[in-house]
Design a protein around this ligand. Structure first.
Ligand SMILES: [Zn+2]
Length: 281
């Protein structure tokens, strides 16, 4: 008769250790996902109403969008343009003269939303104003204008069209901004006290630039983009793709999903404060 080989001590210890590690991994809390919601293209809508309505932009559509966030108790970063350029008339409209928009934005700010700068005139039309959003003078002037209008320092810059024109990145830094949204860098990083944040996820699908045909990517694509992101997920929203009840319901469902994931929804400036605390102690 062959004697059964007895399991040796080290075998059992190794097995127990492996089980212990597995159990720890299963029950350990996953790091909370950080999510920033960025709402773009807030500017003088009153005087440019007809022009913007063509693209689905209106104060009413913005209100409907932020009402959805409010229902979830979330705040967002508002990307605001101080002097919007109207290409069909070759003129700019100052935010300062749209009292309804100012009142709306100030109300959101008092709820904890962040005001950020979104270019100087959001002019992406080469014929009229190539470089207008990129010059140091305009960036510094626009920052001052928004600080006067909203009564507190601006920290975040969001480039129009997610594009960095020549010299723009450095000029934005020189003007004193601390948070570079949609930066040219693919992961979040601190550089000389400035926080670079990777490109946001934009669920807008469109046929081409300056067209009025927009639609939303299916929600499972938003979810996939969020699951794939590492340090922070930024959702970029424009009100023109949320001008139907179905689209607003899509956003509502996504925010419910974020709640179920226990995501930490914050503004860029709140993200900066957290990142600075962990980077510099
Ligand atoms: Zn924009």
């Amino acid at each position: 008769m062959v004697a059964r080989k007895k399991r040796s001590g080290p075998y059992w210890i190794a097995l127990l250790l492996a089980l212990l590690i597995l159990a720890t991994l299963l029950v350990a809390p996953r790091p909370q996902k950080k999510v920033v919601i960025e709402i773009d293209d807030l500017w003088n809508m009153e005087e440019g109403g007809q022009y913007f309505a063509r693209y689905g932009y209106s104060l009413e559509n913005y209100r409907a969008l932020t009402d959805v966030l409010d229902r979830h108790g979330y705040v967002a970063t508002l990307a605001v343009t101080p002097h919007i350029f109207i290409e069909t008339e070759n003129k700019t409209l100052p935010l300062r003269s749209d009292e309804a928009m100012l009142a709306y934005l100030r109300g959101l700010k008092s709820e904890g939303y962040e005001i950020a700068m979104h270019g100087y005139s959001h002019c992406l039309n080469r014929t009229y104003c190539d470089g207008e959003d990129a010059s140091y003078e305009n960036i510094a002037d626009g920052k001052q204008e928004l600080e006067d209008l909203f009564g507190s320092p601006l920290l975040t810059y969001v480039p129009p069209g997610n594009l960095w024109k020549e010299g723009q990145y450095q000029n934005v830094r020189s003007a004193g901004f601390k948070i570079m949204a949609n930066s040219p860098f693919t992961s979040m990083r601190f550089d000389g006290g400035v926080l670079d944040i990777p490109r946001a996820y934009d669920p807008v699908q469109m046929w081409g630039w300056y067209t009025a045909d927009f639609w939303l990517a299916p929600r499972n694509e938003w979810v996939a983009a969020m699951e794939k992101s590492d340090s922070v997920f930024v959702l970029q929203l424009h009100c023109n793709t949320f001008d139907t009840r179905e689209e607003l319901d899509d956003l509502d469902a996504f925010l419910t999903y974020l709640g179920g994931k226990n995501a930490k929804v914050m503004t860029y400036s709140q993200l900066y404060a957290e990142a600075a605390a962990s980077a510099f102690g």
